[in-house]
Design a protein around this ligand. Structure first.
Ligand code: F6P
Length: 322
């Protein structure tokens, strides 16, 4: 292995920079040249390659976003796009690739492997944490902490005005951000796509709950089948008009910000392990951390199912919010 490429793809997530840094410095340690590709698969198609060295990743471990920029590439979905990408990898003499991204990025790598025999190793970068093969994807912990910080502030207003808040969080069609943040903020209910949403049940819970509670916070995962926070709040308001109800959509603040210590350490470990995987001859696998140990999962398994909600956590929600 003489020369590798690294790129970020899909939605950015805090910790991607720490992972790029680890990839670059581990490769250099092993005397492997590194080229960074800007703008994900789009940049691979357009030829946005540039050499990276130790100093190009200095002072980035603490920064959110990605210095390599990112994109969700439509062109890579076409065979012409993939052929141009392959031609560029070959032109630059690339013998291995590290892709930092989510399920779309790994699906892309799998599809690419039909025409490209250069080994790809993935590092899971997605705040949604919806991949099999790692307990925590890069950015998930930071995103949850961002939600917690924001909802703690909302709680102050909710408490002062005796209000019912519906707070919508990201996660695409996964409820993992909602679950972990909801438990952390002591939410009165957590609405997630993986569990059945019963508005009648929610209303009963709100009505039968402890009357002395002045504030109530319901966390709603954006992908819930009942609709987003606005839709659910409307339904509840019709039935409980006396509640002073508000809706907050947290949106993209969940994707930004300095990575937490946990994300910095995990990202460093995964970037380091990605280079070791390429050196060991692995291909089309995602690096992950399961039970504190590095694990490798084939791309096709990593993207197959969403990570399931921990049933122990789900069981606690209603009991702890009484
Ligand atoms: O996958 C990360 C994520 O932030 C999801 O939680 C969200 O549904 C989506 O990306 C938003 O994507 P975009 O930034 O392209 O609007």
């Amino acid at each position: 292995m003489k020369r590798i490429a690294v790129f970020t793809s899909g939605g950015d997530s805090p910790g991607m920079n720490a992972c790029i840094r680890a990839v670059v410095r581990t490769a250099i340690y092993h005397k492997i040249e590194v080229l960074g590709i800007k703008h994900g698969y789009d940049g691979m198609i357009k030829g946005e390659f540039s050499k990276m060295d130790s100093s190009s990743v200095a002072n980035i471990i603490h920064r959110g976003g990605t210095i390599l920029k990112t994109a969700r590439s439509k062109k890579f979905l076409t065979i012409e796009g993939r052929k141009s990408a392959l031609a560029n990898l070959q032109k630059h003499g690339i013998n291995g690739v590290v892709v930092i991204g989510g399920d779309g990025s790994f699906r892309g790598a799998l599809e690419f492997s039909e025409i490209c025999d250069i080994p790809f190793v993935g590092c899971p970068g997605t705040i949604d944490n919806d991949l099999i093969g790692t307990d925590f994807a890069i950015g998930y912990d930071t995103a949850v902490n961002t939600v917690v910080e924001a909802v703690d502030k909302i709680r102050d207003t909710a408490e002062s005005h005796d209000r019912l808040f519906f707070v919508e969080v990201m996660g695409r069609d996964a409820g993992l951000i909602a679950l972990r943040s909801g438990i952390s903020v002591g939410a009165e209910a957590i609405i997630m796509p993986e569990t059945k949403t019963d508005i009648e049940d929610l209303i009963t819970r709100l009505e039968s709950g402890r009357k002395s509670k002045s504030s109530k916070i319901i966390i709603v995962a954006e992908g819930d089948e009942a609709g987003g926070a606005f839709v659910i709040a409307e339904q509840v308001k019709k039935r409980l008009p006396d509640y002073d109800t508000r809706v907050t959509i947290l949106g993209h603040i969940q994707r930004g910000g300095n990575p937490s210590a946990m994300d910095r350490v995990n990202s460093s470990r995964m970037g380091f392990a990605a280079i070791e995987a390429l050196l060991a001859g692995k291909r089309n696998v995602m690096v992950g951390i399961i039970d504190k140990k590095i694990a490798y999962t084939p791309f096709q398994n990593a993207v197959k199912h969403h990570q399931r909600l921990n049933p122990d956590l789900v069981r606690m929600i209603d009991i702890l919010s009484l």
